[in-house]
Ligand binder design. Structure first.
Ligand SMILES: C[S@@+](CC[C@H](N)C(=O)[O-])C[C@H]1O[C@@H](n2cnc3c(N)ncnc32)[C@H](O)[C@@H]1O
Length: 268
């Protein structure tokens, strides 16, 4: 892997785990409570190197992973947490070259993961009805793929400032992912735009939403969809300190439910 260069986004990590994102620029400096560090002293280092402040505090210099990037990027709306994004990529079976549609884009956390997973032969179309969120997502996506050295090559991205409840312009889609309040209102359009064998995945925080979605799919579109499962993920960190080995006191408990269905025709 090439050494860190000007224009890259890196995270400086202190011994307490606090992260400082900086965009490397020759001649610039980073100032924090423990002093100042010149960007020139970082440019040219290897990913994972250490630098020292004038107060002899050591900071690690790291190219952010996707999950680390998401935790520090600008947010307009609530993002899908990395633990859920990981499962979504697997449960929706996002593959290189896939043609995916998602709504809403929000801050673009899931969009970034989708673009990375579909790769340069794939396409992600995002519907977002609020232009202020679309702008935030745009900037987050540009920064990740333009400035993070380990971002990889994204698929083609098309952002549409549209309301998905009013229709889907695309057809023959491999995957549709909905992260919005009333996904059942998009089912009619999803049925028309998803190819046979394609996967619909919906992400919602409350079980009432999932119940309504599931019932609507079963009663109105049951001929054309097979429900594949409803999931919730819990991820609990552990810590080891001396002789103490136990779960961390705090965890992100409930975030959302993942609902998955597959388009297929049961009429023979
Ligand atoms: C929870 S946020 C999405 C977060 C996003 N998945 C992420 O990981 O950053 C929900 C988004 O859906 C958008 N939205 C809600 N209803 C919509 C609709 N009918 N069509 C398009 N976007 C919609 C909202 O404006 C909001 O930005």
């Amino acid at each position: 892997m090439l050494r860190l260069k000007e224009g890259e986004l890196v995270h400086l990590l202190d011994k307490k785990g606090k992260r400082y994102p900086i965009l490397l620029k020759a001649g610039s400096s980073f100032t924090f409570t423990r002093g100042m560090i010149l960007h020139d002293s970082i440019i040219g280092l290897e990913d994972g190197s250490a630098v020292r402040s004038p107060y002899n505090e050591q900071l690690l210099v790291l190219r952010p992973t996707l999950s680390e990037y998401l935790s520090r990027m600008k947010k307009g709306s609530q993002i899908i947490y990395p633990k859920d994004i990981g499962a979504i990529l697997m449960l929706a079976d996002i593959f290189p070259g896939a043609n995916v549609l998602e709504a809403g884009t929000g801050s673009g956390a899931l969009t970034i993961a989708l673009l990375r997973a579909v790769g340069r032969d794939g396409k992600v179309t995002s519907y977002e009805r609020r232009n202020e969120f679309a702008a935030i997502a745009n900037s987050n996506i540009d920064t990740f793929f333009g400035h993070v050295g380990i971002a990889g090559k994204p698929g083609t991205w098309e952002l549409k400032e549209r309301d998905i409840y009013e229709g889907i312009e695309e057809s023959d889609l491999d995957r549709i992912i909905l992260d919005l309040t009333e996904p059942w209102r998009a089912l009619e359009h999803v049925e028309q735009s998803l190819r046979s064998g394609g996967i619909l995945l919906c992400y919602n925080p409350t079980v009432l939403q999932i119940f309504k979605l599931s019932k609507r799919l079963e009663t109105k579109y049951g001929q054309n969809f097979r429900e594949m499962g409803i999931y919730e993920l819990n991820m609990r960190g552990w810590e080891i300190k001396g002789r103490s080995m136990r779960p961390e006191h705090k965890m992100i408990a409930h975030t959302g439910f993942i609902f998955v269905a597959r388009k297929c025709s049961t009429t023979t």
